[in-house]
Ligand binder design. Structure first.
Ligand SMILES: *Cc1c(COP(=O)(O)O)cnc(C)c1O
Length: 388
């Protein structure tokens, strides 16, 4: 389907709301019926009815249609957070005794879901290095019900071969799910590669302005309905109509913002990689990236998140550099207008940092936002000068 049509028209029945160009925020909790029969029909199938805004709401439904179409999926559900769009579908799909194969080091709260939350229901997870398809084959058991992917990872950027994993899972009757937040469906299309459920945080690129927290999952209508009818309605993670409206607004400019972020990440990353104090830059579309070819094969573009390592990754050097930045903000999240930085050591007490064997704690993650890349480079330059 045509991207321009999806972002500008699909789902928007303007004749229903005074031909307004921007859709209304239908800020209501409930919907009224004229007859008992209509009421009964809606109660019997809430998935297809406007009855109560914990389930359906017309503003959310415009958003759902657009997000499903962007992914080439039959349907979508939107949630009040990205982690909700991961946790609630997983709770809907799994039962006691089931087993999950997950990539190692997915998003931090996804790790907590697998390590702390699901074991309460007797569900276990094996974490594997997803770069090698053999590791999936080795980890699958007769009780394996779900393979969970995140490609690229949003700190260290490991990829999985989505088509190969989808084919393997299909041959064993296992459901596949991906966190596609890094690329969005504009730069990676998991559903078309055979993945069953594609989840994203909408807080990042889709909202795009750092002013809303939301999530989305897309897939076959049957699977989405299963999630809706049970866990979505009982857990209650629905999004407010106002937040949905902000996401529709964000979608209008998604391709422009994504392209800017992609190009700036390339420019800023190139500049950093040539700086004498920088050891390496990790970003899937750099030619020196370990899985460069796979990235070129399954991604149509690259996000604006990348990480880099200082030649001298001493704890205080990383701290001084980050503290010296004047325009690039130190904050979690990404995908907004503003460029951001996070040193991995922000999640670590100094006493636990081992400079000789620093692993992923030496990584400094940067998100290139919508500012002029030269403006960002100047800020990095003066920050690096503080530690030279
Ligand atoms: C932020 C993020 C999430 C969680 O999304 P929220 O909207 O913050 O709940 C999930 N996965 C990735 C990769 C993220 O960056």
């Amino acid at each position: 389907m045509d991207l321009s049509y999806i972002l500008n028209e699909l789902g928007e029945e303007r004749e229903n709301y005074f031909n307004a160009v921007a859709p209304p925020i239908i800020q209501t909790s409930n919907f009224a019926f004229k007859t008992v029969k209509d009421f009964r029909d809606a109660l019997a199938d809430e998935f297809d009815a406007d009855l109560y805004s914990r389930g359906n709401n017309p503003t959310l439904n415009i958003l759902r249609k657009k997000l499903a179409a962007l992914d080439g999926a039959e349907d979508a559900l939107v949630f009040s957070s990205g982690i909700g769009a991961i946790t609630v579908p997983i709770l809907a799909l799994l039962k006691q005794g089931d087993h999950v194969v997950s990539v190692e080091n997915p998003y931090s709260w996804t790790i907590k879901l697998f390590k702390n939350f699901l074991p309460k229901f007797g569900i276990t997870t094996t974490f594997i290095d997803g770069r090698d398809i053999q590791n999936f084959k080795d980890a699958i058991r007769s009780e394996t019900r779900l393979i969970y992917l995140e490609s690229p990872n949003t700190f260290s950027y490991e990829l999985q071969d989505l088509k190969a994993v989808a084919n393997l899972a299909k041959s064993k009757g296992i459901i596949t799910m991906i966190d596609n937040s890094y690329c969005t469906p504009l730069y990676q299309r998991p559903i078309e590669l055979g993945i069953d459920l594609s989840a994203q945080t909408a807080t990042k690129y889709i909202g795009g302005h750092s002013d809303v927290v939301a999530g989305v999952v897309t897939g076959k209508r049957e699977l989405i309905k299963q999630i809706f009818d049970h866990e979505y309605m009982t857990i209650g993670p629905s999004l407010s109509p106002h937040s949905a409206w902000l996401l529709i607004r964000g979608l209008r400019t998604l391709p422009l913002r994504l392209q800017r972020s992609f190009e700036s990440a390339q420019m800023v990353g190139d500049w950093l990689s040539n700086h004498p104090l920088v050891a390496k830059v990790i970003w899937p579309f750099r030619e020196d990236f370990e899985q460069y070819e796979l990235g070129q094969r399954q991604m149509q573009g690259c996000g604006g998140l990348f990480s880099f390592v200082l030649k001298d990754p001493a704890f205080d050097k990383i701290e001084t550099f980050c503290n010296s930045l004047k325009h690039i903000l130190m904050a979690v999240s990404w995908g907004g207008h503003e460029s951001l930085i996070i040193p991995s050591i922000a999640a670590l007490p100094e006493s636990e940092y081992d400079a000789v064997n620093p692993n992923r704690y030496q990584l400094i993650r940067m998100y290139a936002g919508l500012e002029d890349p030269e403006y960002l480079i100047k800020d990095l330059e003066q920050g690096l000068a503080e530690i030279s």
